[in-house]
Write a protein that binds this ligand. Structure first.
Ligand SMILES: Cc1cc2nc3c(=O)[nH]c(=O)nc-3n(C[C@H](O)[C@H](O)[C@H](O)COP(=O)(O)O)c2cc1C
Length: 188
């Protein structure tokens, strides 16, 4: 059986105290939250250093497309346990409880010290989901063939064309630019 994974934005604090945001899957285990960042990872280093992190649950998946295309500067708001995204519908403040170390992918288990809802969930939107899938694809460009990337992007583009708002259209353009830049880099 696979783990149930919810895609979120995780915020940790850099040594200078500023927020570092990254898209990361979260797993719920018996009321605790498990993060599994691959090494190397700033999120991993910072979560170990500060023993805390904040999860932002969002529907603006443009933020995920932004993070994987070099746009990490999204508005944040202080919480009792760090920083959340201003766009978070819900956030969780996390306190590190256990580390299961691993050379490739440590598992960090956190207690939830705050769980707050900030905005209503508007419902499922296919373009938001397509943008999330596109962001995962772009984060793996170096591992995938051009044919696979083109086929998946063509399929995801249908949901963008049919159901996107301006936010998803903007995020989709960032992903398309990243694919083009990756190809140009390979041809150079
Ligand atoms: C939707 C989404 C989910 C992701 N989930 C994970 C994850 O669970 N673990 C991981 O190591 N990377 C994940 N990634 C990739 C990380 O965001 C990426 O590796 C990031 O650069 C982590 O590095 P950082 O901690 O230095 O910011 C995900 C990317 C996306 C777009």
């Amino acid at each position: 059986m696979n783990d149930v994974i919810y895609e979120a934005i995780v915020t940790t604090e850099r040594p200078d105290g500023t927020p570092h945001i990254t898209p990361l899957g979260i797993r719920w285990r018996e009321g605790q939250v498990v993060l599994m960042p691959f090494r190397p990872s700033s999120t991993l280093a910072q979560a170990l250093a500060t023993r805390r992190a904040v999860v932002s649950l969002i529907t603006d998946t443009r933020i995920m497309a932004g993070c994987v295309t070099g746009r990490r500067d999204w508005p944040c708001v202080p919480t009792a346990g760090g920083f959340r995204l201003a766009a978070a519908l819900r956030h969780l403040d996390l306190q590190l409880a256990r580390v299961d170390d691993d050379a490739q992918r440590p598992a960090l288990t956190f207690d939830v010290t705050a769980d707050q809802t900030h905005a209503p969930f508007a419902g499922l939107n296919r373009a938001q989901a397509a943008l999330l899938e596109g962001a995962v694809l772009v984060s793996r460009l170096h591992l995938l063939t051009p044919q696979k990337i083109d086929a998946e992007m063509a399929y995801l583009a249908i949901a963008i064309a049919k159901t996107a708002s301006d936010a998803e259209r903007e995020g989709w353009a960032w992903l398309q630019e990243a694919v083009t830049a990756h190809r140009q880099g390979q041809d150079a």
